[in-house]
Ligand binder design. Structure first.
Ligand code: FES
Length: 159
């Protein structure tokens, strides 16, 4: 019975903490690694609790770091990330209507994720392709000269 008890499954946090010699000075790097290993690019609460336990630091310290940096997500992200530009150049070319089309098609609002975790939608400020506005970046690829009518066809490629 005792032997079976010791065969606990290792959490991602435990593995990652070991990579950094369990040194809390590397807390940010550990959180980056945990998020990177997560399929939905976020920091699940149980992992944060597990990390605090294995590093023997207060869980509040881990949460403070995880919530302070914008790069960390506490909610799961969609498989495909859609970043729609609402910068000035895109805005004057009708980006707001394109945003409405994305939100309507995906049934989510800006910053949200679809229930099936397939897509996340966020708005950004200028992605450096103003001449092509309105622009969306989907999984690192740029899609320019967007119009609301083009959105359903565009999304079809990712479904
Ligand atoms: S304002 Fe949209 S790319 Fe520059």
């Amino acid at each position: 019975m005792g032997a079976m008890m010791s065969a606990e499954t290792t959490t991602v946090s435990q593995e990652v903490a070991a990579l950094y010699d369990h040194d809390p000075a590397h807390l940010i790097a550990m959180l980056q690694e945990i998020q990177k290993r997560n399929r939905n690019r976020y920091l699940p609460r149980p992992e944060l609790e597990s990390l605090a336990a294995v590093l023997q630091i207060p869980v509040t310290r881990v949460f403070r770091i995880a919530t302070f940096f914008k790069a960390f997500n506490l909610e799961p992200k969609g498989e495909h990330m859609i970043s729609l530009c609402l910068g000035t150049a895109c805005h004057v070319r009708g980006a707001a209507r394109v945003l409405e089309a994305f939100a309507g098609e995906l049934k989510i609002s800006g910053g949200g994720t679809t229930a099936d975790l397939k897509f996340s939608l966020e708005t950004v400020n200028c992605v450096g392709a103003c001449a092509l506005g309105p622009v969306a970046v989907i999984d690192d690829a740029y899609y320019g000269e967007l119009e609301p009518e083009k959105v359903p066809e565009l999304l079809k490629q990712f479904r």
